[in-house]
Design a protein around this ligand. Structure first.
Ligand code: GLU
Length: 549
């Protein structure tokens, strides 16, 4: 058959050639060893933790090698299109600080290898499609849904592999005249690969993470262009990764099954394939089982979950690094202050069998990583988060930002700093007692203290309280109040002879803490009062007294 004639018939308007594209998208001028990587999310309206995990790997590999990292929007599936879905992608990457050099940004596209929306690259795919037809590697198929369903039934009856291939792929045998007749009748067609169905059993293919993977050669005449002329993932990503000059494709292991198709496409096009690097699924312990994280069952799968709770991007990146390279944690211990970017990410140290995703561990990492962020920055982060997720709170916090900074800073110095900050929503709850709008009595009096004693203690406290006292002068007064009212001056005195006392000094300070903060636990009480100021402290205690009577 005259394939060139068929190509002209199928793509009469395509005049560019592969050579034109090669010129338009030249090899990147980068140093030897620089990685070119990409993230290719589909705009489904949902970004998941796996996207971020892959995104961070790609970002690190490119930037640590002096290469390029770009964002391509894989929007060829109109059925899955959701309004605003693209912002979900760019906003999430911006929130978590996954920086890319080119592609689709919040304010539009930038870069010399675009367009970066697959939906805008039809002309490019059609040039390659026409080339494949002209070489005899692709053909139009007019098979209808019904015919394909019947084919499947026949194959199942014969226990043959299902799919469109070999003798079953009827349309590979159509003559030019048959094709013309279909086209003249306006029959919709897909463009299918004419697979070479190489006879080898299997071969070893290098994989950046797995070392090698064993693949059976492809035999399926897969669809390259759908009836609307839009490519499938298989075809689109091969064309894009070639002309965007991607060196490493880091993607999920769900793509291993179709890798043979992708390799065959690179092969017949005579293009060097990028080094594929298949990450393993993120797993979760669920009761006695270990299973894949699931969008349906696990709210922590969605990136929006972390944004709504206000996890600091540093915390999430830190945790992902631990999942990415198992020696990261050790490195971090030895280099507590170093920027994450100083750690060299290595592909061959990545998990090949499901890294365990654990929220408890994430929270621990968050507590630790927030210690390395100044309280000024944390306060700014919290207000910024509140602007979006708790606007009423944002106003209140911003009105007294200086106090907020000091509150977040209590107990963070010294050998055993408090690790009580996790994420913005929790920080807000953590400091809420301080702000009069949110103050509420959350806990009861300590068991050892009767309401009458509480009154006596607080009146004595008010009588002697001086905001200018330092921590030890202040505590000496609390201790005096304790002993004057039958409470031991030290917990250990009480333990030695519990019958001799009503309680100990801790119970007395707990009453003051309750009146001032509404809680039985708070950061260092003297520090809280210093930030609050004497008048407000007195005011809270007066209110407590009045309320209690
Ligand atoms: N659009 C594909 C996805 O969302 C991208 C896979 C790839 O990175 O090649 O899974």
């Amino acid at each position: 058959m005259d394939y060139q004639q068929l190509a002209d018939q199928l793509f009469p308007d395509v005049t560019d050639t592969i050579t034109d594209l090669e010129k338009r998208y030249p090899s990147r001028d980068l140093a030897e060893g620089a990685f070119v990587t990409r993230l290719g999310p589909s705009p489904t309206g949902f970004m998941h933790i796996g996207n971020l995990y892959t995104g961070l790997i790609n970002e690190r590999l490119a930037h640590q090698s002096g290469g390029r990292f770009f964002l391509r929007i894989e929007d060829t599936d109109h059925k899955r299109y959701v309004d605003g879905a693209e912002e979900v992608i760019t906003d999430a990457l911006a929130y978590f600080g996954i920086n890319y050099d080119e592609g689709v940004f919040q304010d539009g596209e930038r870069g010399a290898y675009g367009p970066y929306h697959q939906s805008e690259r039809a002309a490019i795919y059609h040039v390659v499609a026409k080339h494949l037809v002209a070489k005899g590697y692709a053909y139009p198929s007019f098979a209808t849904e019904e015919e394909l369903a019947a084919l499947r039934t026949a194959q199942e009856a014969e226990k043959a592999d299902t799919g469109y291939y070999g003798k079953w792929a009827k349309d590979r045998f159509l003559s030019l005249e048959d094709i013309r007749r279909h086209l003249d009748a306006g029959d919709p067609w897909t463009l299918r690969l004419r697979s070479r169905a190489l006879p080898e059993e299997k071969r070893q293919i290098p994989d950046g993470i797995r070392g090698h993977v064993t693949v059976h050669p492809n035999k399926q005449d897969v669809v390259l262009l759908k009836t609307n002329g839009i490519p499938t993932y298989h075809f689109a990503h091969v064309v894009d990764d070639h002309f965007m000059r991607t060196s490493h494709v880091v993607r999920g292991e769900e793509w291993l099954a179709t890798l043979p198709i992708h390799l065959e496409l690179f092969d017949i096009l005579g293009w060097p394939a990028p080094l594929y690097c298949h990450t393993s699924h993120l797993m979760k312990i669920d009761g006695d089982t270990r299973r894949k994280l699931s969008k349906r069952q696990d709210p922590e799968m969605a990136l929006s979950y972390y944004m709504e709770k206000g996890y600091h991007p540093t915390s999430v990146r830190e945790y992902l690094m631990i999942l990415i390279n198992s020696d990261y944690e050790e490195w971090r211990l030895a280099n507590p202050e170093a920027p994450l970017a100083d750690f060299p990410v290595t592909l061959d140290k990545m998990a090949t069998s499901g890294a365990l995703y654990d929220m408890v561990k994430l929270d621990d990492v968050a507590k630790e990583s927030l210690l390395h962020i100044s309280e000024e920055e944390l306060a700014t982060f919290l207000i910024h988060w509140a602007d979006q997720y708790a606007p009423d709170a944002a106003l209140i916090l911003a009105a007294d930002k200086a106090a907020l900074v000091r509150l977040l800073g209590i107990g963070r110095d010294g050998k055993k700093p408090r690790k009580d900050l996790v994420c913005a929503a929790q920080m807000l709850a953590h400091v809420s007692y301080f702000f009069d709008d949110w103050f509420k009595l959350e806990d009861p009096l300590p068991e050892a203290v009767s309401p009458t004693d509480a009154q006596t203690i607080l009146r004595a406290y008010l009588a002697g309280y001086d905001g200018a006292d330092d921590n030890s002068a202040w505590f000496a007064k609390v201790r005096d109040i304790a002993t004057a009212n039958g409470y031991a001056a030290r917990p250990k005195d009480y333990k030695k002879d519990p019958d001799a006392y009503k309680g100990h000094v801790g119970d007395v300070s707990a009453v003051i803490r309750l009146a001032v903060t509404g809680r039985s636990a708070s950061p260092d009480l003297w520090s809280v009062q210093q930030i609050m100021g004497e008048n407000r402290v007195r005011d809270r205690i007066e209110k407590f007294l009045a309320h209690q009577v």
